[in-house]
Ligand binder design. Sequence first.
Ligand code: AQP
Length: 332
Amino acid sequence: MERVFSGAQPTGNLHLGNYLGAIRNWVALQKDFECIFCVVDLHAITVWQEPNELRSNIRELAASMIASGIDPEKHVLFNQSQVSAHAELAWIFNCIARIGWLNRMTQFKEKAGKNRENASLGLYAYPSLMAADILAYKATHVPVGEDQKQHLELTRDIAIKFNNDFGVEFFPQPDPLILGPATRVMSLRDGSKKMSKSDASDMSRINMTDDADTLAKKIRKAKTDPEPLPSEAAGLEGRPEAKNLITIYAALTDANVSDVLVEHGGTQFSGFKQALTDVVVEKLAPITEEMARLKADNTYIDAVLAKGAERADAIAQPILKEVKEIVGFLNR
Ligand code: AQP
């Protein structure tokens, strides 16, 4: 059976990169796969989260997924901490994964920065928990943005080593699904950095909660270069900020970059930024409105998450039981 698993961290500031690189693709996959979508709150606490904010961010992320088109009736939507299989399997995987493998993870290096000695142990072991998230459901496909590709490879390595160590064919090797034209949306302030929730500058990202005026201001102030837009995709090489804005436009209008350049090539950024603002506002406004409506209904969101956790647990527990038998914790 083909099963999709994916997740996002409830760390606030959900942005256009999360939407185009992940959530929008999840919505489309619901047609062809059995899907499990997770608010990964255990991952979130790998860096400090203020408890009240975390509570609110969990609900907000669930609301934004539903507002974007995730169907919590047909598919499973829950928060990770409510299904113990994630943490239990992660521990077993901590004992399968090698320190050398984790030492190569670029996200840890980026997030820990210079102060590596002071990073949490959880931040270091993050990819092992991610492997558990996916394999607790024997998911076969994992839609992610490009930044998660390396973690997916580690998940496959863990699955292979588990199977080899215990002489079983138990875990599948899940495939990453890196979909759409905007697999890596970049910061509006620096075309060499990805758009990120944790960027200190709010002007660097388009938040899913931004109103039309804020969106217009952020796009107007987005970094560009002095040249007019090129007429062909090759002309975007070495112009990361221009490439990013064009890619966002293409993704939101379901066009390809070349078509956008046929339409806008030769024009100045000021005109293009206005066109981009119109498209961003048009596409995001209905989602933002629906998010606000859902966010006001905590009872509904809490009920969705509780029901989702029950359903997720029902899938994961039998798999975890078999893992415990294979490892030798339980008699077979
Ligand atoms: N800039 C991006 N472009 C395309 N896809 C992106 N994703 C994240 N940033 C971009 C994808 O969104 C999904 C959920 O991400 P996450 O919540 O796990 O956060 P993250 O990958 O750590 O990146 P963020 O959102 O920017 O948070 P911080 O600042 O904490 O690193 C994933 O599928 C991811 O690929």
